[in-house]
Design a protein around this ligand. Structure first.
Ligand code: FAD
Length: 449
């Protein structure tokens, strides 16, 4: 099979790889881009609508974000809204009501404080009492038509974009990239990159479809990115902890997204209820958080890849020990294991769901088989800490980037692509039309460095 040479080769055809393909094709003068995807379709794994919560994370209902993080995520989320607005129509961006729900005196006091603190950044959010909540989401506020007993308030809105089918968005990015003028855009599906080798002035990527040659390589291969980095001697101070997320279905009882208040001690986002863009007759609840010893959910194998990317040693064990010695986290981990055990799981999960919809009974819950994905959480072995957000490896004096993108990596795909495009432009000496990105995708304000 003959060699093919490209300016930039992107490994991984999820939302991250597709967003970068689009941004490079439209806003830089790069000559040629190849995107190589292991499976036979675009966004087959975590970016598929069945795998994630389909939320456009704007920072308004995510009580696990600081104000600073919420502002940044809002700006990145808005890039998707601006992108959608540039198209005649789209099949990926949707408006549903959304709210943070507080239950009980303590949570209500915390939410009121947060609402005030975040008001300047999110002026469209309103503080709702039980009556108003009942108008927007009757199943949350009422049991058999009567108010639920606990005090509830919510911070919410009804006319903002809140849901994204990221699989459809990935396809839209690739269509838009192909429409960009005089660029060579090559997409290879069923094309697993088995090895990346470094040469003096280029990289060679071995795949079943032959060797691809690149001046710059970006690896956005989800949980697999670290393994490819390790092959080249990078990211040896990191491990991947794959956190699977499962969901449960009930018949449609919510009109929009209902997020709950975060327990600050817990590393993963609190339970929420959402409409399901691919199953609109149902309400989806979740995700759970379960450590799985594999790098992909619902595909065969990748157990060995997990062990190779975990690189179990004293430092990794220390991170596990620190997590397990906290009783709140320990209980949470055991509870999430139990959420996977048939029969027991409905009963246990119903208790958590009743915080959102008090009338739900265990028998209403259906384990959503085949739904859910895997968050590649990074363990930083130097600081011996579990990192909660996204992580990248950008080796100095190399033309390489490796991205690991747990939540909110789908929301921030264009923000991440913009960041990567600046590095690529600098190192390849090509032009990035930053002003056009700022005007067209960022509403006139650049992302602060
Ligand atoms: C339960 C759950 C809920 C979530 N909810 C949200 C949410 O509501 N909002 C949000 O913004 N984010 C959410 N996320 C996170 C979001 O799904 C991810 O951040 C996002 O999908 C990551 O996209 P990606 O393209 O980086 O990775 P992926 O979608 O995992 O894509 C990586 C691609 O690389 C390919 N690949 C791997 N190895 C190779 C190789 N060697 N050669 C070629 N290709 C390869 C894979 O096949 C895959 O297609 C959620 C995640 C989970 C698990």
């Amino acid at each position: 099979m003959k060699n093919r040479t490209f300016d930039v080769v992107i490994v991984g055809g999820g939302i991250s790889g597709s967003a970068l393909t689009f941004l490079l094709s439209k806003y830089t003068d790069v000559g040629s881009i190849a995107m190589l995807e292991k499976y036979g379709s675009l966004a087959p794994l975590n970016s598929h609508a069945r795998s994630n919560s389909q939320t456009l994370h704007c920072g308004d209902i995510e009580t696990n974000y600081s104000l600073e993080k919420a502002k940044l995520v809002k700006q990145q989320a808005n890039m998707l809204v601006h992108y959608a607005a540039s198209l005649e129509n789209n099949d990926f961006l949707f408006k549903f009501p959304k709210m943070i729900l507080a239950v009980g005196e303590d949570e209500c006091a915390r939410l009121e404080k947060r609402h005030e603190e975040f008001a300047e950044a999110f002026p469209y959010m309103e503080l709702w009492d039980a009556e108003r909540i009942a108008e927007v989401e009757p199943a949350v506020a009422l049991i058999d038509g009567k108010p639920r007993p606990e005090k509830i308030i919510a911070s919410g809105c009804t006319d903002e974009y809140s849901a994204v089918n990221y699989g459809n968005l990935a396809k839209s990015f690739i269509n838009s990239a192909r429409n960009a003028t005089n660029k060579e855009i090559h997409i290879s599906l069923s094309c697993e990159v088995e090895r990346i080798q470094k040469f003096d002035d280029h990289y060679e990527l071995s795949t079943p479809q032959g060797t691809f040659i690149a001046k710059f390589v970006v690896v956005s291969a989800g949980a697999h990115s670290l393994l490819l980095a390790n092959q080249l001697g990078h990211g040896m101070d990191m491990s991947i902890l794959p956190m699977a997320g499962s969901f449960y279905y009930i018949p449609k009882m919510l009109n929009g997204k209902v997020y709950t208040m975060q327990n600050d001690k817990l590393p993963f986002a609190a339970l929420h209820g959402d409409p399901d863009l691919i199953e609109m007759s149902k309400t989806r609840l979740g995700p759970t958080a379960l450590v799985l010893p594999k790098l992909e959910r619902y595909t065969g194998g990748t157990y060995w890849d997990f062990w190779r990317s975990l690189k179990l040693d004293f430092k990794v064990l220390k991170v596990f020990w620190d997590l397990m010695k906290d009783s709140t986290i320990r209980n949470y981990i055991f509870r999430n294991f139990a959420f996977e055990i048939p029969k027991l799981r409905q009963k246990l999960f119903a208790k958590d769901v009743q915080k959102i919809i008090p009338s739900v009974k265990p028998e209403d819950l259906e384990y959503a088989a085949g739904i859910g994905g895997l968050r590649p959480q990074v363990i930083d072995k130097t600081s011996m800490q579990l990192k909660l957000g996204e992580a990248s490896i950008v080796p100095e004096n190399e033309s390489l980037i490796f991205n690991m993108t747990p939540s909110p990596g789908a929301t921030t795909c264009l923000g991440n692509a913009y960041r990567d495009a600046q590095i690529i432009a600098d190192r390849l000496g090509i032009n990035l039309n930053r002003q056009a990105v700022i005007d067209e995708l960022l509403g006139g304000n650049d992302i602060p460095k």
